[in-house]
Design a protein around this ligand. Structure first.
Ligand SMILES: Cc1ncc(COP(=O)(O)O)c(C=O)c1O
Length: 444
């Protein structure tokens, strides 16, 4: 958006804070994505408080929240069980920089819940944990190249911030995409070690792996591509990744930062019944506090366990964050909790489909109940890979999202991202959401 920005009705205090923020915070924000995630809303909304599935902005407007901290506040905002447990830690010391007992209990729980997890290491963010998994894979195989899929997001660090959202012209051919750094400042040497492949295309994958025989340390993917509007894996595609990696001695990494502990207690690897060598977790793992993990099969994690492969972090698994993870996973390990999340999301997905049908607007609603997105494709078919997303109607998505926001439904403004559902969502909130969806469609 260019020129003078307008204050939208009822949000002028957010506008004032954004004006003020720009004098001290670079761009007025603490993360580049917050600068672009406002959609047609010309300044970010400043949230003041939250409780359960509801959040309130600094002007007192209330929203039902389907961003829920990008999926992190999976138990809802200010969840009483978390508040109680974390308050106790605040009184006894949040961090000592030493080993602590909650981190052990949390690692044990992850090993119980997640099929691939025999050994775990903690970090503070998804980007860091991805870096840890990539280091482990390179250390284990002695190889340097990483194959990633065009459009998949694995964090902002140099290692894999490549071909996240390239334009079609710079990305080159569909079948052999050019690795495109996501930002100036990423050195060419790093980019040279990344191979980029289209998602859901077995032939393109085999061609790329054949061309780099013996060079590839890891194949990494988002098993459900949360950052490509929840594009799903084609039936059998994750099995194919497993087979190709096993046959070629390549470490298969599932980036479960979004899917982990959300799409079911054991994440996407259980949903699709494909066990990777390593998996990365964050978001739902911490229930809103900054903690992440990479976890994997013993043989791949062994060089790390032996101290040959290095990984560090002052803040890793502090008692505060480990306790938050423990309380959260104890809830999410109960299948009825993730079932409620999934069923609730499916109700909204159905409402969107019904409204689209009634108002004759072509679109696809893709993903699973726990995380999903609407894509305005010309013929209503779901997307198969990143390039499909470049041809969806983004203006219509923004209009839809904005109409929802006006009706008190808060979702990610970015069409390639997705809706996340919290465990606290109530029938009344779902009713209100479905009604807002129908009204929003009637305006499109
Ligand atoms: C799939 C995936 N991997 C990694 C990351 C990076 O996590 P963080 O933002 O905590 O660094 C994200 C963040 O959204 C993500 O969605």
């Amino acid at each position: 958006m260019t020129g003078q920005i307008q204050t939208l009705s009822g949000t002028h205090t957010s506008h004032e804070w954004f004006d003020r923020a720009q004098a001290s915070l670079a761009g007025g924000v603490s993360s580049s994505s917050r600068l672009t995630s406002t959609g047609p809303h010309p300044y970010p909304l400043y949230m003041a408080s939250g409780s359960g599935t509801r959040i309130r902005d600094v002007d007192g407007n209330e929203y039902i929240d389907y961003l829920i901290s990008y999926g992190s506040a999976v138990l809802g905002h200010a969840a009483p069980e978390l508040t109680e447990a974390l308050t106790a830690v605040l009184h006894t010391g949040t961090m000592f920089g030493t080993c602590n007992t909650p981190e052990v209990e949390l690692a044990e729980l992850i090993c119980e819940m997640v099929p691939c997890a025999q050994l775990v290491r903690f970090a503070n963010s998804g980007s860091e944990a991805v870096q840890g998994a990539v280091r482990a894979a390179r250390g284990y195989t002695g190889r340097s190249k990483i194959l990633k899929f065009e459009g998949h997001y694995h964090g902002w660090s140099d290692t894999l911030a490549i071909s996240n959202r390239p334009g079609e012209a710079e990305a080159g051919s569909y079948a052999m995409p050019r690795p495109v750094p996501h930002s100036p400042g990423i050195p060419a040497g790093v980019v040279d070690d990344v191979l980029v492949c289209p998602w859901n295309d077995p032939a393109a994958l085999r061609t790329l792996l054949d061309a780099h025989r013996g060079e590839v340390a890891a194949v990494i993917c988002e098993p459900i591509v949360a950052n490509n509007a929840c594009t799903m894996p084609a039936p059998g595609y994750l099995d194919l990744l497993r087979e190709e990696c096993t046959a070629r001695g390549i470490v298969l990494i599932f980036d479960e930062v979004c899917t982990g502990f959300r799409t079911g207690p054991a994440g996407a690897q259980a949903l699709f019944d494909v066990v990777p060598d390593l998996a990365v977790f964050s978001k739902a793992l911490g229930g809103g506090l900054p903690i992440a993990a990479f976890a994997g099969q013993r043989h791949v994690m062994e060089p790390l366990a032996q101290g040959h492969v290095k990984h560090g972090g002052t803040y890793n698994a502090s008692p505060l964050c480990a306790t938050s993870g423990l309380v959260t996973l104890r809830q999410l390990s109960q299948p009825e909790v993730t079932k409620h999340i999934d069923d609730s999301g499916m109700r909204i997905m159905e409402a969107i489909r019904r409204a689209a049908h009634d108002h004759r607007i072509p679109c696809a609603v893709q993903g699973v109940g726990a995380m999903f997105q609407i894509v305005f494709t010309t013929d209503g078919t779901p997307t198969r890979h990143y390039r499909d997303l470049l041809h969806t109607d983004q203006a219509r998505y923004h209009a839809f999202r904005h109409e929802l926001l006006k009706r008190g439904i808060h979702t990610n403004a970015y069409g390639m991202a997705c809706w996340f559902v919290a465990a606290t969502v109530t029938t009344q909130e779902l009713d209100a959401t479905c009604q807002a969806v129908d009204e929003a469609f009637s305006t499109l």
